[in-house]
Design a protein around this ligand. Structure first.
Ligand code: ADP
Length: 448
């Protein structure tokens, strides 16, 4: 087993990985920017190395600095967390080239799934159903018009290198296509340095349902069920549930079997998530994430499994040691992503946290790197805490979430706690009756 793991990340996810390492008896190395010297992930690590100034491109995305930190501290593996370098195939290659283990999939699979056009084509070949759309890249407007005419409006222009909801534009009619095509391309070129786009049918009332998969390097693949991540603003998830209020156990088993068969065929290794849109009882693949996801705790709660521990064991060459039949689902879990933003305007609110009280009690988990006196820096993602609840039924999970949100206090900065309290009180949410568009209307932001 590894002696020491360097965690190439910050905040709650760095802490989450440290916790798994500690329980496995593995030493931890934190890396941090100068803006994060007082961060909790630095305080709780066994060792820490400053890797650069605040801007992420000079620190958390600075591959030579991270590899040097690993060499100096004698780490034998690197866990990338999510975001930053977690889906950078070149980074994974360089980690391996330096004689270290990258805790994640092979660089080839990271690269394949990072190109959404290649990912869709690979999945189609493996028998996974897709959202109807262009057959590959759409190089020009004339092709876009022809494809949209075939699949029918509304259509979505999407960036091949997309992520975080960027480079995605809807055209409701042919008249809107020129503008959507041009803006998706230029947004994608600016954000990802790649202006390749493709077209998909824009589904009017789907749910976002994704499957968590884990594969070892000996050919075993299991899935840990689905997460419903339909509550989104600007295509970004805000609240997630496991399981989905819309899916039967039979439908889960059927899709789970398709997904695991596909990844077995692909020879995939480590953790991955296949994302689908689900409408009228049909699944349609949109993309695969080749990393741990922000919302992984809801899966951990219903399956009683530590996904980071599994990632580390697999990266070390161990076998899964269980089969699909051994994976059991118990109860219901919900996660709220709490960001340092105004709950109505979503204006970012970095600054000093003057008081911090996390809720507790049965079935309540808080993954956060906040503490009283901590200054939330303005340079990084605004998510500062995840509140996860678990209970025997969805109704009990909602009641537990309501009381946990009431106990949760973060003073000194604005947070979205108040928004989550409103969502949880809403009758449609309580009935599980929502699609990916529900939250935009709820927050009065339907243009997003
Ligand atoms: P990203 O990688 O930028 O997150 P995704 O392809 O995962 O992009 O899509 C993000 C979200 O955008 C989805 O969860 C869904 O809400 C919405 N979306 C994506 N494709 C479609 C589609 N064809 N029709 C309707 N909504 C879509």
């Amino acid at each position: 087993m590894f002696q020491k793991i360097l965690i190439a990340n910050r905040g709650e996810i760095a802490l989450r990985i440290q916790r798994a390492c500690r329980e496995l008896g593995i030493g931890t190395v934190a890396v941090h920017s100068t803006a994060d010297s007082d961060a909790m992930h630095v305080r709780l690590a066994d060792e820490s190395v400053c890797i650069g100034p605040p801007a992420a491109k000079d620190s958390y995305l600075n591959i030579p600095a991270i590899l040097s930190a690993a060499a100096i501290t004698g780490a034998d593996a690197i866990h990338p967390g999510y975001g930053f370098l977690s889906e950078n195939a070149r980074f994974a290659e360089m980690v391996e080239a330096h004689g270290l283990t990258f805790i994640g999939p092979s660089p080839a699979h990271i690269r394949m799934m990072g190109d959404k056009i290649a990912a869709k084509s690979a999945m189609a070949g493996l028998g996974v159903p897709l959202v109807p759309g262009s057959d590959g890249e759409v190089p020009d407007l004339a092709t876009a018009r022809a494809v949209a005419g075939e699949i029918g409006y509304p259509v979505l222009v999407k960036a091949a290198a997309g992520g975080g909801g960027r480079g995605m534009k809807v055209a409701q009619t042919a008249a809107e296509l020129d503008e959507a095509f041009r803006t998706a391309r230029s947004e994608s070129a600016a954000a990802f340095g790649n202006d390749q786009v493709y077209l998909e049918k824009y589904l009017d009332r789907p749910r976002h349902i994704e499957f968590q998969v884990m594969a070892d390097s000996h050919g075993s693949v299991v899935h840990f069920g689905e997460r419903d991540c339909s509550l989104q603003r600007r295509h970004q998830k805000l609240l997630e549930e496991a399981g989905s209020p819309a899916l039967s156990a039979g439908a889960r088993d059927r899709m789970g079997a398709t997904v695991t068969a596909a990844l077995r065929e692909l020879g995939y290794r480590n953790a991955g998530t296949l994302e689908f849109l689900y409408q009228d009882g049909q699944f349609a693949f949109i993309e695969m994430n080749t990393r741990l996801q922000v919302e992984h705790p809801v899966t951990e709660m219903v399956c009683g499994i530590d996904l980071v521990r599994e990632q580390i064991r697999i990266a070390d060459g161990e076998k899964l040691g269980y089969t699909q039949a051994d994976v059991r689902f118990s109860g219901h879990a919900i996660e709220c992503r709490i960001t340092a933003e105004h709950p109505d305007t979503f204006v970012p609110s970095p600054g000093r946290v003057t008081a911090f009280h996390a809720p507790g009690g049965l079935g309540v988990r808080v993954d956060s790197a906040l503490y009283a006196g901590y200054v939330v820096p303005p340079y990084y993602d605004s998510m500062v805490a995840k509140l996860i609840v678990h209970a025997p039924t969805r109704a009990e999970a909602i009641a537990r979430l309501r009381r946990a949100l009431d106990e949760f206090a973060v003073l000194g900065i604005e947070t979205t706690l108040a928004l989550h309290r409103r969502i949880v009180d809403d009758p449609s949410f309580q009935r599980g009756d929502y699609t990916i568009h529900w939250l935009e209307h709820f927050v009065g932001d339907p243009s997003s």
